[in-house]
Write a protein that binds this ligand. Structure first.
Ligand SMILES: [Zn+2]
Length: 272
């Protein structure tokens, strides 16, 4: 039995897989702020889902950058109690098997590239639109090593523009990140009904995607994350076609199809 997890800032999703291909049982529980409680919750939920059957492999993602050795969370505004705590070592001790840890945008991207909207495509740009903006370039179902992390949310789209949470100015995230909506557009994302505002958000997103496209040259762009569901895709594709003048054709921008399970499917791939 394999154990998969996706630890977010608010909730964590835990699943088991018997065949290494499909998810058998899935459960969502609130993410404890305290690390030791978090480990206990994962252990309990795993026992429940597996009916006590032995876990032979574990993999998953966590919200935020992880350390270079891929053993723990390195930074996070939401679950600071987990930072630098021995997540991988503790899970290996509890389950007595190997544990693979990744950043949650990476597992989401791999999931969508292998089993979801990017299936069959060689180069997939996965852009996660949530409270912030993240992204990964997935090539043949894997993420090539990079020095730090690709950070498409922190590309400059307006020189000296809006202040970003990272301290920079004019970053993409500071225009289309969910946590900025109230400040910029006067209301929370789920309350925004004005098509003009969504058109504006689509235009900023398209500018970011043009930059991402000329650097990554993807076959397809897959959007994930809570904000992606509200984005008018047609508008984004139209703007992208208009702005991307150097290529004969623009990659298609689509929504992810695995939704909340993208990270769990990506975790399954890590076990292979
Ligand atoms: Zn930034």
């Amino acid at each position: 039995m394999f154990l998969l997890f996706d630890i977010g800032g608010t909730n964590m999703r835990i699943a088991v897989s018997a065949d290494g291909q499909t998810l058998k049982e899935t459960k969502t529980v609130p993410t404890p702020k305290n690390f030791e409680q978090g480990i206990q919750t994962i252990k309990q939920t795993a026992n429940e889902l597996s009916n006590g059957e032995k876990i032979t492999g574990t993999a998953g993602g966590i919200a935020g950058p992880i350390d270079k050795e891929k053993t723990c969370l390195a930074k996070s505004p939401h679950i600071s109690g987990w930072i630098n705590k021995p997540l991988k070592t503790e899970l290996e001790r509890i389950f007595g098997c190997k544990v693979f840890l990744e950043n949650d945008t990476a597992t989401g991207g791999i999931g969508e590239a292998v089993k979801g909207a990017g299936k069959g495509m060689q180069v997939v740009a996965y852009i996660a639109l949530g409270t912030g903006v993240g992204g990964k370039r997935v090539i043949d179902g894997t993420i090539p090593e990079d020095s730090f992390n690709f950070e498409p949310g922190h590309q400059i789209i307006v020189p000296d523009g809006n202040l970003c949470n990272c301290g920079g100015k004019g970053h993409l995230e500071a225009y289309i990140g969910g946590s900025y909506f109230e400040k910029i557009y006067g209301q929370k994302g789920e309350k925004i009904n004005d098509p003009e505002i969504w058109s504006e958000i689509s235009r900023f997103l398209a500018i970011g995607l043009v930059n991402t496209t000329v650097h990554w040259s993807p076959d397809i762009i897959v959007l994930g994350g809570s904000v992606s569901k509200s984005i008018p895709l047609e508008k984004v594709n139209t703007y992208l076609k208009e702005f991307l003048t150097i290529y004969p054709a623009a990659p298609q921008v689509v929504l992810g199809t695995l939704h909340d399970d993208a990270g769990l499917y990506g975790a399954l791939e890590l076990l292979k």
